[in-house]
Design a protein around this ligand. Structure first.
Ligand code: F6P
Length: 363
């Protein structure tokens, strides 16, 4: 018999509850193990709180709400000062009498929990989740696919209104320091311009592209997708950049700078206010919603694999998707290589450019 703890850490995303469901079902059905939910990540360990998770009890006439509920029933925290309370967290873990812990988190949380696990000698298995898609060594992380679909849906809607009013619609998307969300959703949604932190662009380049769309292709509207971490234009020497000058790369690590608004102002000025722009900041809408089929599948398979790793007593591993297979990788390697950016010379950036999307100057 084993007692397994499970927690969700960092920003929520669709698919977390699918992992919980899969872990509980596989632990009970195959091994008859007990699974305890730890509320609010390390906060729950610190306060020694648990939520009993049963296969039966959270289903309603056979309908399992965990499969399609966004968010996390365990709650989560996104705080940076966890290590300051390391002693109490380690004591809490000890007091709960856990044989192993499954942590579902992004690169930031995994780093902290891995450090705690090393200090406390925990039996830790990690599962990658993030809408930013920047956890290294895995081709899939829970939440990303749903977020891409949410953005594509928003772009579809914005395209109709943009074309009706001959406007340039600027869509600012999340992703923190990485441009995966913007790149994937921009290509899938039919964007004309995609600006990401990993590729430098110029204001002149994007204005020329808009002019070309209008003059050569007679397109009266355009869709611009901007990652929240995108840098200022290379040729911008102005001061609008959250206080940072021009193309200072430090700007790329400062999210929530209103990159969409910045681009709108630059387009207005280079077009001498002839282009009508509107900005949509999608914000936390990208984090909510019903998990996509792909996220459910990945979550379900990762949850099952986590329990199997514990059965084999393989710890300090993160489940990963590589070449169509579920594998496990040392958490330390993941921490060392994360956050993982978009490859500016990779196939997606190259394809976008080949298809006439302006992605920047250095491709
Ligand atoms: O890491 C996920 C993410 O949604 C980022 O894309 C975004 O920058 C950040 O979290 C937002 O964090 P918060 O929920 O704390 O505002």
């Amino acid at each position: 018999h084993k007692r397994i703890g499970i927690l969700t850490s960092g920003g929520d995303c669709p698919g977390l509850n699918c992992v919980i469901r899969s872990v509980v079902n596989h632990a009970k059905l195959t091994y008859d193990w007990e699974v305890l939910g730890i509320p609010y990540a390390t906060q729950g360990l610190l306060e020694r709180q648990t939520i009993p998770l049963n296969m039966h009890g959270w289903d309603l006439r056979g309908i399992d709400p965990l499969l399609n509920m966004g968010g996390t029933i365990l709650g989560s925290i996104n705080k940076g000062n966890t290590l300051a309370c390391a002693d109490e967290i380690l004591a809490g873990y000890q007091a709960l009498g856990l044989d192993a812990l499954i942590a579902i988190g992004g690169d930031g949380s995994l780093k902290i929990i891995h450090e705690l696990a090393t200090l406390g000698n925990w039996n830790l298995v990690a599962i990658p989740k993030t809408i930013d898609h920047d956890v290294a060594l895995t081709e899939r992380s829970i939440g990303f696919d749903t977020a891409v679909n949410t953005i594509v849906d928003a772009i579809n809607r914005l395209t109709f209104t943009a074309s009706s009013h001959d406007r340039v619609m600027i869509v600012e998307v999340m992703g923190r320091t990485a441009g995966h969300l913007a790149l994937h959703a921009g290509i899938a949604g039919g964007a004309d311009i995609i600006l990401i932190p990993e590729v430098a662009y110029t204001i002149q380049g994007l204005c020329d592209h808009l002019a070309q769309l209008r003059d050569r292709w007679h397109r009266k509207f355009a869709i611009v997708v901007v990652a929240e971490g995108a840098m200022a234009g290379l040729d911008d020497t102005g001061s609008y950049n959250c206080g940072l000058q021009g193309s200072d790369p430090a700007a790329a690590v400062t999210p929530k700078c209103g990159r969409g608004q910045y681009i709108a102002e630059k387009i207005a000025s280079c077009s001498h206010n002839l282009v009508d722009t509107r900005v949509s900041v999608l914000g936390h809408i990208q984090r909510g919603g019903i998990p996509s089929a792909l996220d459910r599948l990945t979550a379900t398979v990762f949850g099952k694999a986590a329990i199997d790793l514990i059965a084999q007593e393989k710890y300090d591993k993160m489940l990963a998707w590589q070449n169509g297979q579920v594998v496990n990788v040392p958490i330390q390697d993941v921490v060392d290589k994360s956050p993982s950016p978009v490859d500016p010379h990779g196939y997606l950036v190259q394809s976008a450019c080949a298809l006439g999307i302006y992605v920047g100057e250095q491709v």
